[in-house]
Ligand binder design. Structure first.
Ligand code: ARG
Length: 379
């Protein structure tokens, strides 16, 4: 029987993918793990709560439907999340939050590594149950193919103790002073990671230490993945003061080529892994839209511009207005498929975030033959 779940990297030819949905989306709640703000609003202006207006939901859904149509025209099987009422509060014995968020960004929650599906711990209260809209699909894959392995990472407590509330008020000077300590709004006691902090390079998994993934989270990933022969490399981008999710910062496009963010260079020395293995790091061009012109409720930066989705090592989907990026990709030998996606931005991401690839062709390859890696068991 053909494998149902198989994906080792971000670029091999895509066969099956989940595209998110804005149905029933809510504004992300203010909580210790997240203080969303309205762009260009006076400080202290309250962020809206509850369900998003239907027009905003429809506009995002129309663009998501455009992505679905494009993928299908390229022969990719597209799946969608189950309906979920995000306006319901989350109540556990330890915490509660008035509403959930949305199902636009499966990338943040779910990851495929070979034939294994991992549900991330998540780092925010409003996203605690965000795996639910994908469970029916996971069961389908799991029932259809005995080679599929399914892992749910340990759920964190999300109690007040798990967070550092003061983080949100730190002045820029303090962030600058702390930039090499990689301490953010989550503390280091519990295992915490969002799936989108990882990027898959065959045998090697890159993980960004961030405000959504801590060192214990990376430790859990190492202990889980190393016995399978994988290597987990923490990466750091010290100039990103609010890091979350690696896919606007460090984006592999094909073997030997990573798109990098000129505002967020890798921490000193971390580029060596790539350079000694003949990888080229190319800087993305300046986005077409400044941070101030991004959608009002969008919490992400202008660098959503580089959040591209690969259909294959030669075909890339990019946001329609990012002409300088299209030109660069074209020169690098890619066929670019531009589609409008700006209405999705306020739901936390662009093309890569809004998807979770379940199956791509290809096997696990070693793209880093020259590596000095110390597995935990020997460390
Ligand atoms: N923190 C990123 C930025 O603003 C946005 C990442 C979005 N990625 C995602 N998978 N939701 O640059």
């Amino acid at each position: 029987m053909a494998a149902q779940v198989n994906s080792w990297n971000e670029w091999d030819r895509l066969e099956e993918i989940v595209v998110g949905s804005a149905d029933d989306a809510c504004y992300e709640p203010t909580e210790p793990g997240n203080h969303p703000h309205i762009r260009n609003a006076a400080p202290g202006t309250a962020f809206p709560t509850g369900r998003k207006p239907q027009e905003a939901i429809d506009a995002a859904n129309a663009e998501l439907a455009g992505l679905v149509a494009l993928l299908e025209s390229q022969g990719v099987r597209v799946r969608r999340p189950e309906p979920h009422d995000y306006s319901k509060p989350v109540r556990t014995p330890e915490f509660s939050v008035d509403n959930q968020y949305c199902g636009v960004c499966p990338r943040d929650v779910m990851i495929t590594i070979g034939s294994e599906i991992i549900e991330a711990t998540m780092s925010r209260r409003g996203r605690f149950f965000e795996y639910e809209p994908y469970r029916k699909l996971v069961y389908e894959y799991w029932n259809a193919d005995p080679a599929v392995r399914w892992t749910t990472a340990p759920k964190p407590s999300m109690t007040d103790e798990m967070y550092r509330e003061g983080f949100w008020d730190w002045p820029l000077e303090k962030r600058h002073a702390e930039m090499h300590s990689f301490e953010f709004c989550i503390t280091q006691d519990e295992v915490i990671f969002d799936a989108a902090d990882m990027s898959r390079f065959g045998r090697d998994i890159m993980v960004q230490e961030s405000m959504t993934t801590n060192r214990q989270g990376i430790q859990w990933l190492k202990r889980h993945l190393e016995p399978q022969g994988l290597r987990v490399h923490p990466l750091h981008f010290p100039l990103d003061y609010f890091p979350s999710h690696i896919d606007c910062t460090f984006v592999p496009l094909r073997p030997g080529l990573v798109l990098t963010n000129p505002d967020r260079p890798l921490s000193d020395g971390e580029e060596k892994l790539f350079l000694t293995n003949d990888w080229e790091l190319v800087e993305a061009p300046e986005p077409t839209t400044g941070n101030d012109e991004m959608p009002t409720y969008c919490q992400s930066s202008k660098w959503l511009s580089m959040n591209v989705l690969s259909i294959s090592p030669t075909k890339v989907i990019a946001e329609e207005r990012e002409k300088p990026l299209h030109d660069m990709l074209d020169k690098l030998g890619f066929e670019v498929f531009p589609i409008p996606f700006r209405n999705v931005f306020e739901y936390g991401g662009s093309l890569h975030c809004a998807t979770w690839d379940v199956r791509r062709t290809g096997d696990r390859e070693d793209y880093f033959p020259n590596v000095d890696y110390q597995p935990l068991a020997e460390g």
